[in-house]
Design a binder for this molecule. Structure first.
Ligand SMILES: *Cc1c(COP(=O)(O)O)cnc(C)c1O
Length: 284
């Protein structure tokens, strides 16, 4: 039987990747025709995993990778071995971004997308920081929505997935702000982490349904075709369901790289310290 975690590491990253890609395609085939036919992007979430594993996945054809701590992303993306062996790598930042870390994030080589813009202020800060960098390309951004309306907390599954994101009711205003006031950003979609452990026998995941209806509302209000608004939802546990209901960007870690061992993490640095006191350190 296929299990997320352990087994994929034993079988090797190449085998795990191929299996995940097959499951992605099977889920695409089950997707209703009325959903935009966007081929989902697989983001291989390499957090806590060494550079060698990223290179191994890259050598098996994977190009897009995700990280959720700025410091870890900066170190991995600047790793000389990754820089020389993975020239086409694309990094997605998928963690909570504090304003004081924006400049550091903008320095990440091959940063392709920021999935977690969750306020106008953060959008402004990212916009001006990216502008200063003088990149010829706009930075692709998604707006992260707190679809479950939960308070910020630390997931029982791991310490890394705090609940952040914009209240759903503010979605249109923030996207309008990005489009009108942030010329160095390109709005590309909506992202949610969603609640953990949703039981699919109880019906579709309501978090995913919220993201879908927000896209509908956004597209109607701003006259954007739905094909132009991606949905980032789905992780190891629920990516097939997420794709069946319309996800265009799945973020998968443990099923590709094996379960994460946090005991091996180096002593807490600034980014992990941020987590322990998420709000005190933040400017508003
Ligand atoms: C860690 C993480 C993932 C991947 O989780 P898995 O369960 O290992 O697939 C996806 N999205 C975010 C935001 C994460 O932090």
């Amino acid at each position: 039987m296929w299990r997320a975690g352990g087994m994929s590491a034993e079988l090797g990253i190449g085998v795990a990747l191929r299996a995940v890609n097959e499951r992605v395609q099977q889920a695409v085939a089950r997707r209703p025709r009325d959903l935009p036919a966007i081929q989902p992007r697989l983001v291989a979430v390499s957090k806590t995993k060494p550079a060698d594993m990223v290179i191994e996945a890259y050598n098996h054809g994977q190009r897009t990778f995700g990280e959720n701590y700025v410091q870890e992303l900066l170190e991995k993306a600047s790793n000389p071995k990754i820089l020389s062996s993975c020239p086409e790598i694309k990094w997605h930042f998928i963690g909570h971004l504090q304003k004081q870390n924006v400049n550091k994030l903008m320095a990440v080589p091959n940063l392709f997308m920021l999935e977690t813009v969750d306020s106008m202020k953060l959008a402004d800060k990212v916009n001006s920081s990216w502008q200063k960098k003088g990149s010829p390309e706009r930075l692709k951004v998604m707006v992260q929505i707190n679809t479950s309306g939960e308070e910020i907390y630390t997931s029982p599954l791991s310490f890394c997935e705090g609940k952040h994101g914009l209240p759903p009711s503010e979605t249109t205003a923030v996207v309008e702000h990005i489009n009108a006031k942030c010329p160095s950003l390109e709005f590309v979609g909506l992202m949610t982490i969603g609640s953990f452990g949703h039981d699919l026998s109880q019906g579709p995941n309501p978090d995913f349904q919220v993201l879908l209806s927000l896209r509908e509302e956004l597209c109607a209000k701003l006259h954007i075709p739905p094909e132009r608004v991606e949905l980032s939802m789905g992780m190891s546990m629920d990516f097939q369901h997420a794709i069946e209901v319309g996800s265009t960007n799945v973020r998968i870690g443990s099923t590709i790289f094996g379960e994460r061992d946090y005991s091996k993490k180096p002593a807490p640095d600034k980014s992990t310290a941020d987590l322990k006191a998420p709000e005190v350190a933040q400017e508003h």
